[in-house]
Every structure is written in structure tokens, then in C-alpha cells.
Write a protein that binds this ligand. Structure first.
Ligand code: G3I
Length: 369
């Protein structure tokens, strides 16, 4: 299976802001016949194609790659291919409030500024989650009332800091387990129950009324119990007048569990039928690697799964964005989490696309159905 090398754009280090033209992105010819195209220029105007963004700010000194600062080709990929970016880690609690009432927006500011420089929207991620919480929070021995105040202050400060600059927020991330039960380990729902989620949305809305506020989780398309729990919660929140605006279906898929989730599209539609926006928020398709390499068959199947995911979104009018997670493969979270797995994104590295990229282009060009 031929791998396609995305040509480096000529001219300035980073391309000018978003082009509205459908002209191919200016680039040197790449080894394959097909010209370099930009996903955002072939996407329908009412569908934002996006990526997570890794790095920025002071984090560059860490032992983890920070490509937003250190990798010009990475910046160019993000600047030319996408219409929305999601800071992968910069806005999580451990990064943004490392000590109580002490905020560090450097990495988040770098990511948001980069997106704005290139005419891209930003999805904020996330305001409450059972992971990536700092020790001062998880080991602070706070009372429920204190935790409520801490969450209020965090949401008001963080969402307020980016007021008018972040179009959507993953307010509550992964609050149910795959059996539809409240996920253990979230310091706030552990202490205050699921009712605190409604307050989190209200506080986020007060801090930025323009932002669309999402629930967000993985396996919603494959676990009936989890899907039902979210449908029930969404209905309750809406009935209470809580400013819930969208449901994020993360879309972390694995070729080890075929077939492509048969309920993927109907899951998007079920939340859209509640009057919500829906978004695919963290799409990647991982696989078990033999000798560190993906086979041609795996790459072909992966391409088809990316196509099906985008086609599912295009078939649901309220599906507003498809965001991919951890690209390119070199920066993906998968190898560090799933030993022996990887190759989850449509790009091998900053300038080498895989068959999944061409499948994305074809699916986006096919448009809404
Ligand atoms: O930056 C610090 C570094 O200073 C420190 O030395 C090092 C010590 O381990 O940690 C570094 O932070 C790491 C961070 O990524 C930034 O690289 C964390 O250890 C590491 O756990 C964190 O992993 C992220 C993970 O969420 C947990 O926050 C992954 O990159 C990220 O892709 C993953 O994304 C999640 C979504 O937020 C929610 N949905 C599931 C998805 C996959 O788990």
C-alpha cells in the first residue's frame, strides 16, 4: 500500500491564515500522483475537521514531546489541515491549576493563540474528569462543600480566562463507566454525586455564555448501558434548563475489536434527536503492530473505519465536527497506553499521510448525505 508523503509547503515557515479557497494547498510535489489537499478545504462548510494539539508554553522542558514549540512541520500540518484544534493536555486540571488558586495558562494560551493565528476554532478540554487531577485536589481531604467551591472557582477562572476564544468546552469528561454507572475516581462526583454536573455546566455558561458545552466520553457508540446513561442524563439536564449544548463521542477505536461499531451513526443521531449538537471529539483507530509496522491490510481497514466515522457524522445534520486525536503517530498517546499498539492516526509523521488520509478526503468530498 503506497504511503503518501505530504509535500512541505513552500514560502513562510507557517502558511497564511485559513484559506477559504478549494485550491490545493501550495506544496512541493509529493512522491505520489495525488496533489496535497487540505482536509478543511474539502470538508463541507458546516463540518469542522480538527485535531488535538500537543504542547505549548512552559511544558517544553518536560520529558514528553512538545511539538507545538519544537516541530515546525507539526505546526504546519496543524495550520494547513484543520479548522478546529483541541489542546490535548494543556487545559486539564493538572496543567492549568497545579496548585490551589494558582493558574498556569502558558501552554493553553500558546495553543489557543496558534489556533487563532490560523483562523481555527478551539475546543476546550476538559473541566472535570477522573484523570489528570493534581495531588493537592485528590489528596486534599476537602469536604463536599469545599470541593464544590473549588470546582466553581476552577471553572469560572478557566472558562472566564478564555471567554470568547473557545467555541466549545468538554465540561464533564467520562463521568460514566462502560456499565452506565458513575465513574469512580472523579473527586467531584465521588463527593457530590452526579448533580454536580449540572452546576458545572451552569458555572461554565455563566463564565462564557457563547461557548457550546459538551458531555464527552468514549465507547458511547459500543456500550448500550453507557449510551443509555448519557441519554438519560442529557434529558434530565435539558429538562432542568441546564445549558447542555452537545454530546462528544470520542471515537477511540481499535482494529482488535471488529467490526466498525454498528451503532456509531445511530448513536450520533440519538443525541442529535435530543436537540443537541454532536461531535466526534477524539477519533483514532489503533491496531496491534507486528514488528512495529502496520500491514497493508491493517492500513486499508483503518482507512475504511476513518471513512465510516466521517460518513456517520456527515449523515447526521447536527454533527458539527470531527476531531482526530494525537496525530501524527509519532505523538500519539496509544503506544504509551497500549503496549504493542499504535499507528492510530492518518499520518505516520508530520509529512507522511496514510491511506486513512485519502479516505478522509474522499469522505469529506462526498459531503452530507
Ligand atoms: O507533561 C508532563 C511532564 O512534565 C511529566 O514529566 C510527565 C511525568 O509522567 O507527565 C507529563 O504529562 C503527561 C501528559 O500526557 C502530557 O504529555 C502525562 O504523564 C500523561 O498521562 C498524559 O497523557 C494524556 C492522557 O490523556 C492523560 O491526561 C495523553 O497525552 C492524552 O492523549 C490522553 O487523552 C485522553 C483524553 O484527554 C480524554 N479521553 C481519552 C484520551 C486518551 O486517554
Amino acid at each position: 500500500m503506497a504511503l503518501l508523503a505530504l509535500g512541505a509547503c513552500t514560502g513562510p515557515a507557517e502558511p497564511p491564515p485559513t484559506s477559504t479557497s478549494t485550491e490545493p494547498v501550495a506544496s512541493e510535489p509529493r512522491p505520489s500522483a495525488s496533489p496535497t489537499v487540505s482536509l478543511r478545504t474539502v470538508a463541507p462548510k458546516d463540518l469542522l475537521i480538527g485535531s488535538s494539539v500537543v504542547g505549548g508554553g512552559h511544558l517544553s522542558g518536560t520529558d514528553h514531546p512538545q511539538p507545538l514549540e519544537s516541530d515546525a512541520a507539526y505546526r504546519q500540518l496543524l495550520a494547513t489541515q484543520f479548522a478546529t484544534l483541541t489542546p490535548e493536555n494543556a487545559l486539564k486540571w493538572a496543567s492549568v491549576e497545579p496548585a490551589r488558586d494558582t493558574y498556569d495558562f502558558a501552554a493553553g494560551d500558546a495553543a489557543v493563540a496558534f489556533a487563532e493565528q490560523h483562523g481555527e476554532q478551539v475546543r476546550g478540554h476538559n473541566l472535570m474528569w477522573h484523570q489528570s487531577n493534581p495531588a493537592w485536589l485528590t489528596e486534599g481531604g476537602f469536604t463536599p462543600d469545599q470541593l464544590r467551591q473549588i470546582l466553581h472557582d476552577h471553572i469560572s477562572t478557566v472558562v472566564g480566562h478564555y471567554r470568547g476564544r473557545i467555541a466549545a468546552w468538554d465540561v464533564a469528561n467520562e463521568i460514566f463507566d462502560d456499565y452506565g454507572r458513575l465513574q469512580a475516581g472523579d473527586p467531584f462526583t465521588d463527593a457530590l454525586g452526579v448533580g454536580i454536573v449540572a452546576d458545572a455546566f451552569r458555572w461554565a455558561h455563566e463564565a462564557d455564555p457563547a461557548a457550546v458545552l459538551y458531555l464527552n466520553d468514549y465507547n458511547v457508540e459500543s456500550s448500550a448501558a453507557k449510551r443509555q446513561a448519557y441519554l438519560d442524563l442529557a434529558r434530565q439536564l435539558l429538562a432542568q434548563g441546564v445549558p447542555l449544548g452537545g454530546m462528544g463521542i470520542q471515537g477511540h477505536l481499535s482494529l482488535q475489536y471488529p467490526p466498525f461499531p454498528p451503532d456509531f451513526r445511530s448513536t450520533l443521531q440519538a443525541f442529535a434527536d435530543l436537540g443537541l449538537d454532536v461531535a466526534i471529539t477524539e477519533l483514532d483507530v489503533r491496531m496491534a503492530l507486528t514488528g512495529g509496522e502496520a500491514t497493508g491490510d491493517q492500513l486499508a481497514t483503518q482507512a475504511d473505519w476513518y471513512r465510516q466515522a466521517v460518513a456517520g457524522c456527515l449523515a447526521v445534520a447536527r454533527c458539527v465536527s470531527v476531531t482526530m486525536w494525537g496525530l501524527p503517530d509519532t505523538y500519539s498517546w496509544v503506544p504509551a497506553t497500549f503496549t504493542g499498539q499504535g499507528a492510530a492516526t492518518p499520518f505516520i509523521d508530520d509529512s507522511t499521510a496514510k491511506p486513512a488520509f485519502d479516505a478522509l478526503v474522499a469522505a469529506l468530498q462526498a459531503g452530507r448525505t
